[in-house]
Write a protein that binds this ligand. Structure first.
Ligand code: NDP
Length: 324
């Protein structure tokens, strides 16, 4: 048997049930991982509440984890027992032992621990997609980053600054602002009030060519108001709720804006895409330009507490789970 956290019925953090389930054997093409750490991401909240639907109930939730290969199934090449591996986006990660297709994982370099990997794969690959694939960030670009002290946010600030961008971060508290300044943001706005006016002041009226908005419903219109003509709104999350009812004339009225709603899986869906984006992420970490901030760590049995902390905006950087 192995420990897991499952959702039996959609709901609040109390819907997370710490259950023993059978330890899976690796099928053909699969490996069995003894997971040493699992990432807690906001998308896990969406699956727990039912905003994103699970394939069936009960289901193990969680998207990313890292650990040691314990067994290798038939027809697997390039991965051996004892290898350290991680994966970023495969539903079913809140579990101590997991069998998974070998081509969905990447091997970790020696310099990255399994705990660091669980804190950075999903978030770091999201940042790679946002800054390098959705739109190639240019040195000198001024960008606006919401929830800048979050797991994705701190990495986005660091990587964008490393690429030569001028980052304006937004956070809800002064304590979070300190962390964002230390991550390379040139300007930090505390609180989401009057954001367009503050961006106008900082940019001398020019506004910004790109906004990275993970907050969603509460900030969408303000984010559009922060863009320069033909600017790009990257709406990549729903922390405050889903964005609905967007009229295209809103884009025309503000100067022929673009909007995209990226999803990480689109950018790393093929094994070679996963490997090349991961290699780039590992290189940026190895260069020292991107540090992995494990702000919170909880035992797997306390996953509900981890969700409460994330949803109540009490976390900074990444949150991980470790086996009990
Ligand atoms: P975070 O650590 O960023 O936590 C969410 C943060 O959002 C909070 O700390 C808070 O920061 C801010 N926030 C603003 N309004 C609310 C609200 N009403 N309720 C809760 N939080 C709020 O989480 P992650 O790093 O895990 O994820 C960041 C975002 O990126 C999420 O929206 C997630 O869905 C998205 N994402 C999207 C992906 C994609 O493929 N499109 C992939 C990965 C992540 P503050 O208090 O400073 O405002």
């Amino acid at each position: 048997m192995t420990n897991s956290v499952r959702v039996h019925a959609y709901g609040g953090p109390e819907a997370l049930s710490f259950d023993q389930i059978p330890k899976p054997a690796p099928a053909t093409g699969e490996i069995l991982i003894r997971q040493e750490a699992m990432g807690v991401n906001f998308i896990d909240v969406y699956y727990r509440t039912g905003l994103y639907k699970l394939p069936n109930l009960p289901s193990v939730i969680g998207m990313e984890a890292a650990g040691i290969v314990e067994r290798v199934g038939a027809e697997v090449s390039g991965i051996a027992v004892g290898d350290r591996v991680a994966y970023p986006t495969q539903l079913g990660a809140y579990v101590t032992h997991r069998s998974i297709a070998a081509d969905l994982v990447v091997k970790l370099p020696d310099s990255i621990s399994t705990r660091q990997a669980a804190a950075m794969m999903l978030r770091g690959l999201t940042v790679q997609a946002l800054l390098r694939q959705v739109r190639a960030l240019q040195p000198g670009d001024t960008i606006l980053v919401h929830a800048a002290a979050g797991g994705v946010g701190l990495m986005l600030c660091q990587w964008a600054a490393h690429l030569g961008a001028e980052v304006i971060g937004i956070v809800s508290t002064e304590a979070k602002a300190e962390r964002v300044r230390a991550s390379g943001a040139a300007h930090v706005l505390v609180g989401y009030n009057d954001v367009p006016a503050q961006v106008r002041r900082i940019t001398g009226g020019a506004m910004v060519p790109v906004v990275y908005d993970s907050v969603g419903k509460d900030t969408f219109v303000d984010s559009l108001d922060c863009l320069s003509p033909r600017g790009l709104m990257v709406s990549y999350g729903n922390a405050s709720g889903e964005v609905t009812d967007v009229a295209l004339r809103m884009l025309a009225a503000r100067g022929s804006l673009y909007v995209t709603r990226p999803k990480l899986a689109t950018f790393i869906g093929r094994p070679e895409q996963l490997r090349s984006a991961s290699a780039e992420l590992f290189d940026v970490v190895a260069s020292g330009a991107l540090t992995i901030d494990i702000g919170q760590q909880f035992p797997l049995s306390q996953t509900a507490e981890a969700h409460r902390a994330l949803e109540s905006r009490a976390t900074v950087g990444s949150t991980i789970l470790v086996p009990d």
